[in-house]
Design a protein around this ligand. Structure first.
Ligand code: FAD
Length: 291
């Protein structure tokens, strides 16, 4: 199923993100966790892709397994930064052969130690180029792009970020998924601005349940997200008590999702991080709302 069909439907939906194993030794445990999440029957599941080779090997295996064994639509991520055109084309052909219909087209992060000279030789500079290549197959792929309510860290300002986002959408993105955020008002402001800039595709907010005090610093560093006072207080109070932090983090994410649904958003994506218990708890909290 193409996600564009899902997003055009009435009704509220929840989807979950998982990441593939980094090594062969944990493949089985990761596969099991992703299958447990699939049994929750989310609207779809996305499977991330490691830039620079990291965890890219198994993205397709995990996405195919979820789709074929559980009938859950999957969204396979693909990054292009530091990849050759041949590698990217091989990945695209492998996705076609596996019947993957939904692809998240990403640039990927630029490794810290890479020189400008090396970068100048790369085949791809931005995600927009990958979007164009995927769309050269006509409507075979439903293509997603990333967007940043709090501005991508490399952008000079939001106006510039939105200008490039519009270019990416015009290249063929069928929908956008946001970076995590902890203050819904930032998302509403962003949505207003991109609609004003003429971007009309569905925008799926990405919500990260922070269930572990140690996760906070890394999540904030990766995303550049602001921590609202209400969220800070919760981490200060419960961050060192694992069970309490987990309960509080799930409640905070649930509250964000309810507010999004109450304000007209139909589809929310949860960065469930291979944690079936967290995904199940959020889904259970929303059982009557999701209907
Ligand atoms: P781009 O759209 O290329 O944007 C990157 C920067 O370049 C922005 O500042 C943008 O404004 C600017 N820009 C865009 N086009 C141009 C242009 N033509 N000229 C000049 N500047 C331009 N990373 C992974 O490695 N694997 C994953 O699976 C993964 N999944 C993600 C899922 C989501 C929903 C999000 C939000 C991020 C994900 N990331 C993932 C992280 C992502 O790869 C990084 O945030 C990366 O730094 C930017 O990727 P992008 O696709 O947004 O890049």
């Amino acid at each position: 199923m193409k996600l564009s069909d899902l997003f055009s439907r009435e009704g509220l939906s929840l989807s979950f993100e998982v990441f593939p194993p980094k090594t062969d030794t944990v493949f089985e445990s990761v596969r099991q966790a992703t299958e447990e999440i699939a049994t929750l029957r989310p609207a779809f599941m996305s499977v991330t892709y490691g830039a620079g080779g990291g965890t890219s090997r198994y993205t397709l295996d995990i996405a195919k397994n979820i789709k074929e064994r559980y009938g859950v639509p999957t969204l396979a991520h693909l990054t292009c930064v530091s990849s050759t055109r041949e590698t990217v084309h091989e990945k695209i052909e492998a996705m076609r052969a596996a019947g993957i219909q939904n692809v998240m087209a990403l640039r990927g992060d630029i490794p810290a130690d890479v020189s400008d000279a090396a970068r100048a030789g790369w085949a791809y500079s931005h995600a927009v180029e990958l979007v164009r290549e995927l769309k050269s197959f006509g409507d075979e792929f439903c293509v997603g792009g990333a967007c940043y309510p709090e501005v991508h860290p490399e952008s000079a300002n939001q106006r510039e970020d939105i200008r490039y986002l519009r270019e990416k959408v015009e290249a063929g993105c069928d929908f956008l998924t946001t970076q995590m955020f902890f203050d819904n008002n930032l998302f509403y402001n962003f949505l207003y601005k991109i609609r004003e800039a003429g971007i009309t595709v569905p925008v799926i907010p990405g919500i990260m349940p922070i269930t572990n005090g140690n996760q906070v610093e890394r999540a904030i560093k990766l995303s550049g997200s602001l921590m609202p006072q209400r969220f800070k207080a919760l981490v200060d109070k419960f961050g060192t008590t694992p069970a309490a932090m987990k309960q509080a983090g799930i409640a905070y994410a649930t509250d964000q999702i309810i507010d999004l649904f109450a304000n007209g958003i139909k589809n929310v994506h949860v960065y469930s991080m291979n944690k079936p218990d967290v995904a199940a708890a959020i889904q259970q909290n929303l059982s009557d709302i999701l209907g």
